[in-house]
Design a protein around this ligand. Structure first.
Ligand code: MTE
Length: 306
């Protein structure tokens, strides 16, 4: 079969070659900008506070964070989302809240950003493909939205569904995976203070390629958990199937906790390349957030529950 299909394609083949990555990362680190990448619609965010949960590590340059993306609805290559999402319409925007809640409702974006004070959270992001970044996200704890949603006692999981429309995302045809993109968390993971809904980065609203207008960020999990451009949040009793579990369940599990001790079936997860740097560094268990999250998984076999 010659068509590019993620069901049959190893994730690594979806990734551009390593030298491509380092060349681009190098240019970005050197401060070169890629034409037109700063989203025309980006708006300054003000009045946010700095979160004590932030890492003081060197932040990945804006140009790298916004030109090296995974957003398959806008194309499979890393530079495609920045180009193809340029005219993505993110306003008006509503998120539907449904499932195991006291009352189903719709929250529009303006109400969403007022649910809790905005904070800057500088987090490490580790992709399952073996690269990482340090991103100054702007957002607020997902727990604020969950409390407002009033989940019932049956709600054990939170499922995130993202925007999908072939008219705006014609490249999605070639991704060969089921859309809309779906991810999910266990309720205690979703309520954890490190888990945020992000609406911006580097002090501005999110660029489209990074998941405008609102995306999930779960720093101790592989990047694919961070669903972009969320339109629906559903509370469920049973564990939902995520897009990657459906596409390739043998390789991508529900938990997706960063774990250097558990290899991906086709490559090691022991090391990572920080975008903009040479060489590799050791990957930290739970992406370095173990002090805060390891207790969520006590008694769980992390080899079986990858
Ligand atoms: N969300 C949607 N809707 N579609 C996607 O293809 N890719 C995921 C995640 N969220 C993806 C998505 C993957 S694999 C990663 S690594 C991160 O987004 C990348 O986020 P970034 O481009 O902002 O670094």
């Amino acid at each position: 079969m010659t068509n590019r299909n993620i069901f049959s394609l190893p994730y690594s083949e979806v990734t551009p070659k390593r030298d491509y990555l380092s060349r681009r990362a190098l240019l970005a680190a050197a401060g070169f900008s890629f034409a037109g990448l700063r989203a025309a619609a980006a708006t300054k965010l003000t009045g946010y506070r700095k979160s004590p949960f932030s890492t003081s590590e060197k932040q990945t340059p804006y140009n790298a964070i916004t030109s090296y993306n995974n957003y398959y609805e806008f194309g499979l290559d890393k530079d495609m989302p920045a180009r193809n999402a340029r005219n993505f319409k993110t306003s008006p925007w509503t998120i539907r809240i449904d499932g195991e809640v006291a009352k189903e409702k719709a929250i529009d974006f303006d109400a969403l950003v007022k649910m809790a004070p905005l904070e800057e959270r500088v987090y490490r992001l580790r992709c399952v493909e073996g690269w990482s970044m340090v991103v100054p996200w702007i957002g607020f704890p997902l727990s604020a939205l969950i409390k407002a949603a009033e989940p019932t006692s049956k709600a054990k999981y939170v499922r995130f569904e993202t925007y999908f429309n072939l008219k705006q995302m014609p490249e999605a045809r070639y991704a060969g995976m089921p859309f809309p993109y779906v991810e999910a968390l266990r309720m205690d993971e979703a309520m954890h203070p490190l888990t945020i809904l992000s609406v911006g980065l580097y002090g501005e609203t999110l660029p489209n390629q990074n998941g405008a207008p609102v995306r999930l960020v779960v720093p101790w999990k592989y990047g694919f958990k961070s669903a972009k451009s969320i339109v629906r949040i559903r509370f469920t009793e049973k564990q939902p199937a995520s897009t990657w579990m459906i596409a390739n369940g043998r390789e991508y599990g529900f938990y997706a906790n960063v774990n250097p001790e558990v290899d991906h079936p086709r490559w090691s997860q022991a090391k990572e390349r920080r975008i903009g740097e040479f060489g590799k560094r050791d990957t930290l268990k739970f992406n370095g957030y173990g002090d805060q999250v390891a207790s969520l998984y006590s008694g769980l076999d992390l080899r079986k529950n990858y």
